[in-house]
Write a protein that binds this ligand. Structure first.
Ligand SMILES: Cc1ncc(COP(=O)(O)O)c(C=O)c1O
Length: 442
């Protein structure tokens, strides 16, 4: 029988209310909870809250639980390693799980060739490491990133981020020398053009205007780019964008850093999103889905670029053996079929959303690759006026119907379920989404 969400209490339920009161007293108020889910247990695509309510999870804990919640093989790998060695610090000692994971990741690098890996604990740490390596290797001080980009919240990663002003408010001055430029957001082209009649203005502008007027290209260490902008609104660039960017970077000896923290690890139906565009970055930042929920970040670079000396960068906890084993189990599962499932189920989800788009004027743009799918909510198809309030209500009402969704960008709903999602779960998500969209906009 088809499994459906089950909501048996008011939301939040009594136990959730009790815990949220404690949270309010003791936990940092800087977190951004959109609705009151107090999670207790997760299996596959399903999350049970502390009051016994059952939710269908299309967030995967912000695109992290790549193999679904608590995949038995990942849990077993964690259990086995936890009984063997919890920590030794890859900074000062050697241990097999870190070496084996580096070996595996290096073998997956797009384009092949020798690669090396630095390990941290999060996406921000992976980006931070890329930022430092780019400077170290090139001895250049300037960097380029994109408006709408989210690269993390530590000071270096935050400096590259240009997603929401609140993320930077009261934190200036950030790291100097970073210039943000418009991303290839074709639904709202920053250059006022219409794809494909735009001659890739977003890249040619970099070369023809920025490099000529303000930023000497020979002083630029790296261009940081999300192959698909995540927090910025699940924005998929046109196929030429990354290739052109890589060409320009290469021309001036600038490193191309792909932030695959959200788009990597099979989510788009390929191991890394850059593979869809035929681009081979010099450096990649990985985290989120890498270890199915265990904290792990990785910075993967061409071996000749990762030339820094001992002591230049390190981390006590980075590359923890338990997290590394979880990552090895995750990659095995991705290769055995979850990447293919992401592609097939992503297509089903996109087709379902595109059908809904015909009925609902507010679904301005539906876009995505694999299971990284976004629906941009607008008041009017012609004006594309952003419907912030509707997006908020859609996500909120979906929660009350037992479907967990997250927003991204200013007015986009994102769909980023575990890659184990079934056709039936996709259809249930689409049914609930259709109901809440209809209710919110009438
Ligand atoms: C593309 C990208 N880079 C970096 C980060 C930062 O990762 P973390 O929150 O693990 O530091 C995120 C998080 O959402 C992200 O989406």
């Amino acid at each position: 029988m088809k499994r459906l969400p089950q909501i048996n209490t008011s939301l939040p339920g009594p136990e959730a209310v009790r815990l949220m009161q404690l949270d309010q007293a003791y936990v940092s108020p800087s977190y951004t909870r959109g609705y009151p889910l107090v999670a207790k247990r997760g299996r596959g695509l399903w999350v049970q809250d502390v009051d016994g309510n059952q939710f269908l999870d299309f967030t995967a804990g912000i695109a992290v639980c790549a193999t679904g919640h608590c995949h038995p093989r990942v849990v077993q790998a964690i259990r086995d390693q936890a009984g063997e060695l919890l920590h030794m610090s890859g900074t000062d000692f050697y241990y097999e799980p870190q070496i084996m994971l580096a070996h595996k990741l290096a073998s997956l690098a797009p384009g092949g060739g020798a690669h090396k890996v630095f390990f941290g604990n999060s996406g921000a740490e992976a980006v931070e490491a890329a930022f430092k390596l780019a400077r170290w290797h090139t001895r250049r001080e300037l960097n380029i990133a994109f408006f709408g980009a989210f690269h993390g919240r530590t000071m270096g990663a935050l400096s590259l981020t240009a997603s929401k002003a609140i993320q930077k408010r009261h934190y200036h001055p950030v790291v100097p020398g970073i210039t943000h430029i418009p991303y290839a957001y074709c639904y709202r082209c920053p250059h006022g053009m219409v794809y494909p009649n735009c001659c890739q203005e977003c890249v040619s502008w970099l070369e023809d205007t920025l490099f000529r007027t303000t930023i000497p290209p020979e002083e630029v260490a790296a261009i940081f780019v999300e192959p698909i902008q995540g927090e910025g609104g699940y924005v998929v660039p046109p196929p030429e964008f990354l290739r052109e960017l890589a060409r320009v970077a290469h021309k001036y000896g600038i490193l191309l850093v792909a932030d695959e923290v959200q788009s990597g690890m099979g989510r788009t139906g390929r191991m890394f999103a850059v593979e869809h565009f035929g681009v081979e970055p010099d450096i990649m930042a990985l985290a989120k889905g890498l270890a199915s929920g265990m904290p792990l970040g990785a910075m993967l670079a061409r071996a000749k670029i990762m030339s820094w000396e001992a002591g230049s960068h390190a981390s006590t906890f980075g590359g923890n053996p338990v997290s590394c084993q979880a990552a090895l189990a995750t990659i095995e599962l991705l290769e055995e079929g979850l990447m293919a499932n992401a592609q097939a189920m992503g297509q089903r989800l996109m087709e379902g959303l595109r059908l809904l788009q015909r009925e609902h004027e507010c679904l301005g743009d539906v876009r995505g690759l694999g299971l990284m799918v976004g629906a941009e909510i607008v008041k009017d198809r012609q004006t594309k006026e952003r419907a912030h309030d509707w997006r908020h209500r859609i996500v909120h009402d979906a929660f009350h119907r037992g479907l967990l969704l997250l927003g991204c960008g200013e007015n986009t709903v994102r769909f980023c379920p575990g890659l184990t999602v079934s056709a039936e779960e996709i259809d249930t998500c689409l049914e609930i989404f259709a109901e809440v969209v209809a209710k919110v906009t009438t």
